[in-house]
Design a protein around this ligand. Structure first.
Ligand code: KIV
Length: 294
């Protein structure tokens, strides 16, 4: 049963900072279209991310790398139409922000103008820190993302947890702190040991949203299709399934297919009736027309 209050105010960056201060966990979920946005809204989540994970979950690519700006814009605009309360963040796709500050600002502005998203998310530390600062300076809120960064998975050794040696953990922490200093309003920690998260949390003033980063973060994020069991891939270790919608959907479509084949569907109640007199006249008119053609 849902426990969120019925009349909710729009979630702002200030509201998120207050949630962190009050140690009230922040709930974030991904969405990629109008119905998933409406579901997130009804469930009362705090943040909705149009993740570039949509490349895999809804567009069928085998990684997040190929998704284009135009494809992300379509997904984000659809989510915007289904959402009013949660903060809406759009992932800037791979290749759309790394080249220069100008490129990063132009892409972020395009997302805000075309979709009405509230903020953007970009991955990694390193040069991304400068891009984050440039976008923030242009007046657009930025969420950072460290640890496992799927856009550059090949370069970091694949889809595997990060920060498992002291040196690697230090590198992840440095990136998070640099993104905080650059003005990011929040940061995602993906697939890093809980010990690393716990150690660095006291140094972070901004909300930290975890996915496979233990329980010490200020909030959690999961991919919509993973948590609802819609996506047919092998889930990552950190995924918890709260429903098995794929089975329910396959069962529903199979039952429909069976009834079409057995002519059990449609029944009279699924169709439209015609007045008996009109039906008789229609038959008469058609007969007359066919006779005229002879
Ligand atoms: O693309 C995505 O869904 C993400 C989340 C997993 C944080 O980046």
């Amino acid at each position: 049963m849902s426990t969120h209050p019925t009349a909710r105010r729009r979630i702002t960056l200030t509201a998120l900072a207050e949630q962190k201060a009050a140690r009230r966990p922040i709930v974030m979920v991904t969405a990629y279209d109008y119905p998933s946005a409406q579901i997130a809204e009804a469930a009362g989540v705090d943040i909705v991310l149009v993740g570039d994970s949509g490349a895999m979950t809804v567009l069928g690519y085998d990684s997040t790398v190929p998704i284009s700006v135009d494809e992300m814009l379509v997904l984000t605009a659809a989510v915007r139409r289904g959402l009013s309360t949660p903060l809406l963040i759009a992932d800037l796709p791979f290749g759309s922000y790394e080249v220069s500050d100008q490129q990063a600002v132009a892409t972020a502005q395009r997302f805000v103008k075309a979709t009405g998203c509230d903020a953007v998310k970009i991955e990694r530390g390193g040069t991304t820190v400068d891009r984050a600062r440039a976008i923030v300076d242009a007046g657009i809120p930025v969420m950072g993302h460290v640890g496992l960064t799927p856009q550059t998975a090949v370069a970091i050794g694949g889809y595997r947890s990060q920060g498992r040696t002291a040196d690697d953990a230090l590198a992840v922490c440095r990136s998070a702190l640099a993104l905080q200093d650059a003005g990011c309003f929040a940061v995602v920690f993906e697939a890093i040991p809980g010990d690393v998260t716990e150690t660095v949390m006291p140094r972070l003033r901004i909300p930290v949203i975890g996915i496979g980063a233990g329980g010490a973060t200020d909030g959690q994020v999961l991919v919509f299709h993973d948590l609802l069991g819609i996506y047919d891939g092998r889930p990552a270790k950190f995924v918890k399934r709260y429903a098995d919608l794929r089975s329910a959907m396959v069962d529903g479509v199979s039952a429909y297919a069976d009834e079409v084949r057995s002519r059990a569907y449609p029944q009279p109640e699924h169709g439209y009736a015609m007045d008996a007199g009109e039906a008789a006249r229609f038959r008469e008119l058609l007969d007359r027309e066919l006779l005229d053609e002879l």
